[in-house]
Design a protein around this ligand. Structure first.
Ligand code: NAD
Ligand code: ZN
Length: 358
C-alpha cells in the first residue's frame, strides 16, 4: 500500500458526544477529527469516565447555562493512546503510548502559573467545558498536559486519574496520619478519598451519605463506619466513636449546605475541614461558634496540583489500585450514554466508564 493510499484511508471524522443546543441532553454526532497543532499530541480515546460536572452539563443547570457555549464536545476524564505528535513536541512521548491528561489547560504566564500554583491559573481553559473535550474518538492536547500511564496501571484506573486526583488533593490538604476523618458525601470523589485517607494513615474513616446504594459502596471501599445523615443518629454516632471530641479532619465532598453545617458541628476543636464539594448557592453558617471559637482550619481545594497530585495519584494506584474497584460500578459502550446519565441522575451508580472501543 502506498503512503498516499494510507493517507486516503485515515478517517477524517469521528464520533463525539456534543452539547449542540442550550438545553438538556447530549447528541451523538459526527465531528471533524482534530489535527494536532504545534506542541500538541493527538490521542485516540479508548475509555472516558463521566464526572458530576458532565451530569450538570447534561441536565443544563444554571452553572452550565452560564459557562458552556454550545456546540461543545463534553468530557474531561479519559485514557487513550498517542496517535500523532504535533510539531515541536519535546516531551518524551511516543506514538502508541497509553496516556491520560490534565484537563485544565493553563496559560503558563500568570502569577499563579509562575509560582507553582497552576491549578489556580486565572486564564484556565477546561476541556469539555471551555473547549472541546474527550467524549470523542480523538482529542488533541497540549503535550505538557499529557500524562503517560505506567505499564502496571490498567486503563480502567487510568481513566479516572482526574477525579482520583481531586480526592488525593483534598486528603493531602490535611494531615490525616493518625487522625479520625469524616468524609461527607459518598459520590465517586468522596468514595475515592476513603482508601486514600487510609493509605495516608488515617486511624478511622467515617462516611456520611443519604443514598443507600452509595453507603453500600462506602462500605465496599473500606470505610470504618458508614452513616445516614437523614436519620438523626449521625452526630451521636460520631461523638461516641470520638469520645465526645468530634473528628480531627472533615472532608466535605457533598457541596450541600445542610451537610456542611452538620460537619462543622462534628469537627473537634482546632480540627481541619477541607472543602471540595461545591455549593450551588450562598448560605449562612455560625462563624463565631463553629469556626472562630473552635479554632478551626478551613481549607478550600481547587482541582489538582500540577503535577504533584498526578505523581501522588500514580503512586497510590501502583500501591493501592484495587481499592478503587468498588467505585467503578459500570462500563458501557459510548453510544449508551443516555442510559449512563440516567443511572447517575438516579443515584444508582458510582463511576461510569464509557468504552470508545479500539
Ligand atoms: P456527587 O454529586 O456524585 O456526590 C455528592 C454526594 O453527596 C452524593 O452521593 C450525595 O448523595 C451526597 N450528599 C447529599 N447530601 C448530603 C448530606 N446532607 N450529607 C452527606 N452527603 C450528602 O459528586 P462527586 O463527583 O463525588 O464530587 C463531589 C463534590 O466535589 C461535588 O460537589 C463536585 O461538584 C465537587 N467537585 C469539586 C472540585 C473542585 O475542584 N473543588 C472538583 C471536582 C468536583
Ligand atoms: Zn496562568
Amino acid at each position: 500500500m502506498s503512503t498516499r493510499d494510507r493517507h486516503a484511508e485515515r478517517p477524517r471524522y469521528m464520533r463525539c458526544l456534543r452539547k449542540t443546543e442550550p438545553e438538556p441532553g447530549f447528541h451523538l454526532e459526527q465531528a471533524t477529527k482534530p489535527v494536532p497543532l504545534r506542541g500538541e499530541v493527538l490521542i485516540r480515546v479508548t475509555s472516558a469516565a463521566i464526572c458530576g460536572t458532565d451530569v450538570h452539563i447534561y441536565q443544563w443547570d444554571e452553572w452550565s447555562a452560564n459557562r458552556i457555549k454550545p456546540p461543545t464536545i463534553i468530557g474531561h476524564e479519559f485514557v487513550g493512546v498517542v496517535e500523532q505528535l504535533g510539531q515541536g513536541v519535546t516531551q518524551p512521548l511516543e506514538v502508541g503510548q497509553r496516556v491520560s491528561a490534565e484537563g485544565h489547560i493553563c496559560c503558563g504566564t500568570c502569577y499563579y502559573c509562575r509560582t507553582g500554583k497552576a491549578h489556580l491559573c486565572q486564564s484556565v481553559e477546561i476541556i469539555g467545558v471551555d473547549r472541546d473535550g474527550c467524549f470523542a474518538d480523538w482529542i488533541s492536547m497540549p503535550a505538557g498536559n499529557v500524562w503517560p500511564i505506567h505499564a502496571d496501571i490498567p486503563d480502567r484506573w487510568a481513566s479516572v486519574m482526574d477525579p482520583l486526583g481531586n480526592a488525593m488533593h483534598t486528603v493531602a490538604s490535611a494531615d490525616v496520619a493518625g487522625a479520625s476523618v469524616l468524609c461527607v458525601g459518598a459520590g465517586p470523589i468522596g468514595l475515592f478519598s476513603v482508601p486514600i485517607a487510609k493509605a495516608r494513615g488515617a486511624s478511622r474513616v467515617i462516611v456520611s451519605e443519604p443514598n443507600a446504594y452509595r453507603r453500600g459502596l462506602a462500605e465496599a471501599v473500606g470505610a470504618d463506619l458508614v452513616l445516614d445523615p437523614t436519620t438523626g443518629d449521625l452526630e451521636a454516632a460520631v461523638m461516641e466513636v470520638t469520645r465526645g471530641m468530634g473528628v480531627d479532619v472533615i472532608l466535605e465532598m457533598s457541596g450541600h449546605p445542610g451537610a456542611f453545617r452538620q460537619a462543622l458541628r462534628l469537627a473537634r476543636l482546632a480540627g481541619t475541614m477541607v472543602l471540595l464539594g461545591i455549593p450551588s448557592r450562598e448560605f449562612a453558617i455560625d462563624w463565631a461558634e463553629e469556626v472562630i471559637f473552635k479554632a478551626l482550619t478551613l481549607v478550600g481545594v481547587n482541582g489538582r496540583r500540577m503535577f504533584e497530585t498526578w505523581y501522588q495519584t500514580e503512586e497510590f494506584l501502583l500501591t493501592h489500585g484495587p481499592s478503587i474497584e468498588p467505585v467503578l460500578t459500570h462500563t458501557m459502550p459510548m453510544e449508551d450514554f443516555d442510559t449512563a446519565f440516567r443511572y447517575l441522575t438516579s443515584g444508582r451508580a458510582g463511576k461510569i466508564i464509557l468504552d470508545f472501543g479500539g
